[in-house]
Design a protein around this ligand. Structure first.
Ligand code: NI
Length: 183
């Protein structure tokens, strides 16, 4: 297992629509283990593969019992009409959090690391996490969903963030085993 570097806002991999997983092999299991370890190391409640530079539809999350779960190829729905208000943050925008309204409950259907069908029903924080992480797989960040005024404040905070001026990683192409989706 390994703790991988977490990609920060501004990295193009965070804006790329991730590819579906089609091969459920050792490489995928290693990716899920690394996501879990990286998430724990960073003290996060969710981490999507693009955040470690792998453009595949996979994420890990902490469930209501603080156990690590994972979902491969997740599809969300139905969403509850009831909404929740709360602060949301992201390991790719360290130190920043903003009020964001989300659905109170959501069902996520996907697969586990062996390709078996899995259904996760989330409410509250878990529902927020499932929505946030699935967004990552579509190249969407939570700041995209903020209301206009909050988004303005968020963009200012991002510009002023210490990490915002760090050099962006160079995109390398190499014959990586993860189906060429690692960047
Ligand atoms: Ni995030």
């Amino acid at each position: 297992m390994a703790v991988r570097d977490i990609r920060l806002f501004g990295d193009p991999v965070l804006r790329t629509v991730a590819a579906p997983v089609t091969t459920f092999d050792k490489e995928l299991r290693r990716l899920v283990r690394d996501l879990a370890e990286t998430m724990a190391d960073a003290g996060g409640v969710g981490l999507a593969a693009p955040q470690v530079g792998v453009s595949l539809r996979v994420f890990t999350y902490l469930d209501d019992d603080d156990e690590v779960g994972h979902l491969v190829n997740p599809v969300l729905g139905p969403f509850s009409e009831e909404l929740q208000d709360g602060e949301e943050g992201c390991l790719s925008l360290p130190g920043l959090s903003f009020e964001l309204r989300r659905s109170e409950r959501v069902v996520a259907v996907g697969q586990n690391v062996y390709g078996d069908p899995v259904t996760v029903e989330g409410s509250g924080l878990l529902a927020r996490c499932l929505q946030h992480e699935t967004d990552h797989l579509d190249g969407v960040l939570f700041v995209d969903r903020l209301d206009k005024e909050t988004k303005k404040a968020a963009m200012k905070a991002i510009r002023e963030a210490e990490w915002a001026n760090e050099p962006k990683p160079v995109v390398r192409t190499s014959p990586h085993p993860l189906f060429g989706r690692a960047r």
